[in-house]
Design a protein around this ligand. Structure first.
Ligand code: FES
Length: 155
């Protein structure tokens, strides 16, 4: 199983799973294209199982998609919805999950650093935890966690 995250002309791109442009017979294709936000997502499923995935502009879901391609687990409903990203609530509710696979930083590590040190920017989180300092593919996840913590602090 191949999966790769790249930055092409400053745009994040992810591709994983079986290559080829055509959707195989009997497979489903789910496409989200939002030219205003510069986001494109294409998922190809064989039943409930993900066989290939492509993301452009927002690669926040790349880590989860790679896991799904590797394990063959059923694709969760939130990834099939037309909104982009896993959602901050889902992410923040899973502290054991890895948010940054480059540097093995968990959601809980990022949350603890934000709370302990009062962090408010991605750069600060990067300096404290090293999340986002590798490929950068987890940046939107870290942004979502920062927003989630800020919203929680306001209530
Ligand atoms: S996943 Fe590459 S920097 Fe975080």
């Amino acid at each position: 199983m191949q999966a790769t995250t790249l930055k092409v002309s400053g745009i994040d791109v992810y591709a994983g799973g079986e290559s080829g442009d055509a959707t195989p017979p009997g497979h489903d294709e789910i496409v989200l294209s939002d030219t205003r936000r510069g986001i494109f997502r294409r998922l190809v499923l064989d039943g409930e199982r993900l066989t290939s995935a492509a993301l452009v502009g927002d690669v926040a879901a790349a880590r989860r998609l790679t896991d799904l391609l590797r394990t063959g687990a059923a694709v969760p409903a939130d990834l099939l919805e037309s909104s982009a990203g896993p959602g901050a609530d889902a992410l923040a509710g899973d502290p054991a999950a890895t948010v940054c696979s480059c540097n093995a930083v968990s959601v809980g590590d990022v949350q603890a650093a934000i709370r302990r040190d009062g962090l408010s920017t991605v750069a600060q989180v990067g300096r404290r935890t090293r999340a986002t300092t590798g490929c950068g593919g987890c940046t939107s996840d870290v942004e979502a966690l920062l927003e989630h913590e800020a919203a929680a602090a306001r209530t």
